[in-house]
Design a protein around this ligand. Structure first.
Ligand code: ADP
Ligand code: ZN
Length: 643
């Protein structure tokens, strides 16, 4: 039971903007070994069967018999066998002749046998060195060693090098070079400030002489800072596309490998490759993986340090007039080593923000360019509903909608597809098989209507756009979606208090109607608590602490989590104040719902039947109620709240 929406869907903290990386399948080494072995065995077998089919196998006594009978014409002594031809066979035409062979008796006197045969006038040959099987043996060993070599080579490549014989650390493997990215600023929606800052770099790449003629120091690097999925990679590619220069990209985590020294040599290699085709752009994604501060606060290692040093010296090393520009992306600028940010290095910082309403609308437009949309599609509505979403979410949303349209057998994407996929992206797919008992369903319905009704009755609340009690895979059994009428950057204290009341409204409804408390309110409580805490510690909205800040935000671009920086006693006081604010909100919410108990029942019953109701349907109930009872009893509490 989740009063959804305000929370940004992309606060995926463990996803540091990392992209899934295609790995070689693990079995490849084993496969190579097996193949080598199979080849050796096959060759041995083929050789064996050929040599066997040439001769007829006989026993030694057969051989002796033939000798006694004077049947032998020719004998060949090999190191492990005797091959002989009988008169009978020799009489046959050459193609049908077949020699016989027999093993050697152990301890037999070969010399005596040879002399005996000579005496009988049989031709005797001795062939030991030329034996084919020895050659085969050598051949199979060679093959085996070759195979092993291959395997070793594969292995070292996997671990990041370029094989044992390729010279340690030549790393063409993970640097991606695109001659032309094919991406331009037109493909990047919004981000106007970022584009403006990057414009100069493009101009420089187009025409470096213009800058050198005046004696201006050219920019070497810029740092793109923003949450994952906001389009940093896309922007970097667009810069390359606009300037029409090659684009090198590598991820910071690719530098840091198993072998010490590998990272540094990769950096060297990257810059060497780039220098060959300059002017060009080098893009280093997740630079925090290498550029982490070298003091030990965040835990690092000598490999990372070496890599960073190499990176710094490469950046310092290249002549600006060459036309190499380094762009790097991070969502944790605060942990970067200060040396990286010094003038002449990544001294420009370009903020890539989460898109605002217009930005989201533009992003949706960019991504729906190649998609067939039906007439009922209203992208503005979608943009309004997705506050907090980043470009990658929106791209994902559009794609999900297109997939849904195909699944439904339609020719074009309609508004419903977009709305449903919005829910998929934000709340997880509708879960059809969670079966709630009737009582649970009632609880969920009242809980959600509790949220929605308070929001509907309050002056400062964002309008409700949808209430549903259809469970979602994300675990929410139902949710209430609120949609702001316009983009908002500031919230007043009163608005925040309204939000608190709305958040605890679910629990209040459970309490007022059923006199129970359920686990379904956990998420609401968590969010209400952190909001109340922020009001006290950061926004200066409590009576007790006034303007005193008691917490500071450390990581603005990832989770924005705040850390208390006050004495223990103050922290304890803060907790009391937070509790006080929550208590007040809860009391108010219960009062509002008790006063509008009739409305609460009516809407909840309606929701139980329909499972999903729109904001308009909700407002129809609320307004009808107002019209029916124009008495001050309805309006008054609402205005009271407003104060
Ligand atoms: P980041 O590097 O910041 O993590 P990406 O550049 O990899 O994000 O963005 C991922 C995808 O999201 C892009 O390929 C693009 O489809 C989409 N996207 C992100 N921002 C935008 C934007 N401003 N305009 C259009 N598409 C965007
Ligand atoms: Zn709830």
């Amino acid at each position: 039971m989740d009063l959804n929406r305000n929370d940004t869907p992309n606060n995926n903290q463990n996803n540091n903007g990392k992209k899934p990386e295609g790995n070689r399948p693990k079995g490849s080494i084993g496969t190579a070994l097996l193949i080598t072995l199979a080849i050796v065995l096959l060759i041995n077998w083929i050789y064996g069967s050929i040599s066997k089919s040439q001769y007829t196998e006989t026993s030694f006594s057969d051989f002796l018999e033939a000798k006694e009978a004077g049947q032998l014409t020719e004998v060949e002594m090999q190191y492990d066998r005797i091959i002989y031809m009988t008169k009978e066979e020799a009489a046959k035409p050459a193609s049908a002749q077949k020699a016989c062979y027999t093993g050697l008796p152990s301890g037999g006197d070969m010399l005596a046998l040879e002399q005996e045969l000579h005496a009988a006038g049989v031709t005797v040959k001795n062939e030991i060195v030329e034996d084919n099987s020895v050659i085969m043996m050598i051949l199979s060993y060679a093959l085996m060693i070759g195979g092993l070599f291959l395997v070793m080579n594969l292995l070292t490549k996997r671990m990041g090098g370029d094989g044992m014989m390729g010279g340690m650390g030549k790393s063409k493997a993970k640097v991606y070079m695109e001659k032309q990215t094919g991406v331009t600023f037109k493909d990047v929606a919004g981000q106007d400030e970022a584009k403006e800052s990057l414009q100069e770099i493009i101009d420089f790449l187009h025409n470096p002489q213009k800058y050198t003629a005046i004696g201006a120091k050219l920019p070497k690097g810029a740092l793109l800072v923003g949450s994952p999925g906001t389009g940093k990679t896309l922007l970097a590619k667009a810069v390359a596309g606009e300037a029409n220069v090659p684009f090198f990209s590598i991820s910071g985590s690719d530098f840091v490998e198993m072998f010490v020294g590998m990272g540094a040599s990769r950096v060297r290699d990257l810059f060497q490759q780039a220098a060959k085709v300059a002017p060009c752009i080098i893009f280093i994604d997740e630079i925090d993986a290498v550029g982490r501060s070298r003091d030990n606060r965040y835990g690092n290692n000598s490999e990372q340090e070496q890599t960073l040093n190499q990176l710094l010296s490469e950046i310092d090393g290249f002549e600006p007039s060459k036309g190499i520009v380094c762009l790097a992306a991070t969502n944790r600028p605060e942990i970067l080593d200060k040396a990286l940010l010094r003038p002449g290095r990544f001294d420009r910082r370009i903020i890539v923000d989460r898109p605002n309403l217009q930005g989201r609308l533009d992003t949706l437009k960019v991504h729906t360019r190649k998609i067939k949309l039906s007439d009922d599609v209203d992208l503005r509505k979608i943009a309004q509903a997705t506050a907090g979403a980043v470009g990658a979410d929106l791209a994902n949303l559009v794609n999900e909608a297109a997939l849904r349209a195909v699944r439904m057998g339609r020719q074009a994407v309609n508004q419903e597809d977009l709305l449903v996929s919005f829910e998929t992206v934000i709340a997880g797919t509708e879960k059809k098989n969670t079966v709630l008992t009737d009582m649970e369903k009632r609880l969920v319905a009242y809980h959600e209507v509790g949220h929605a009704l308070i929001a509907a009755l309050e002056k400062h609340a964002q309008p409700v756009s949808k209430i549903t009690i259809v469970p979602h895979t994300s675990g929410a059994l139902g949710y209430t979606m609120q949609m702001p009428e316009e983009e908002k950057f500031l919230s007043t204290a009163e608005e925040l208090r309204t939000e608190l009341r709305t958040l605890v409204g679910g629990r209040a409804a459970e309490q007022v109607v059923f006199g129970v408390q359920t686990t379904g309110a956990a998420n609401d409580i968590q969010r209400a608590t952190s909001l109340a805490r922020n009001m006290v510690t950061q926004y200066g909205m409590s009576e007790k602490f006034g303007l005193m800040s008691t917490a500071s935000v450390e990581n603005q671009y990832l989770d924005g989590q705040a850390y208390m920086d006050c004495s223990q006693e103050t922290a304890a006081e803060v907790d009391k104040e937070v509790m006080q604010i929550l208590q007040q909100a809860y009391t108010d919410a219960k009062r509002i719902l008790t006063e509008h108990r009739g409305l609460l029942d009516e809407i909840s019953e309606f929701l139980l039947v329909k499972e999903t109701i729109t904001g308009d349907e909700l407002m129809a109930y609320v307004n009808a109620d107002k019209n029916a009872l124009p008495a001050p009893g309805v309006e008054a509490p609402k205005d009271e709240e407003a104060e």
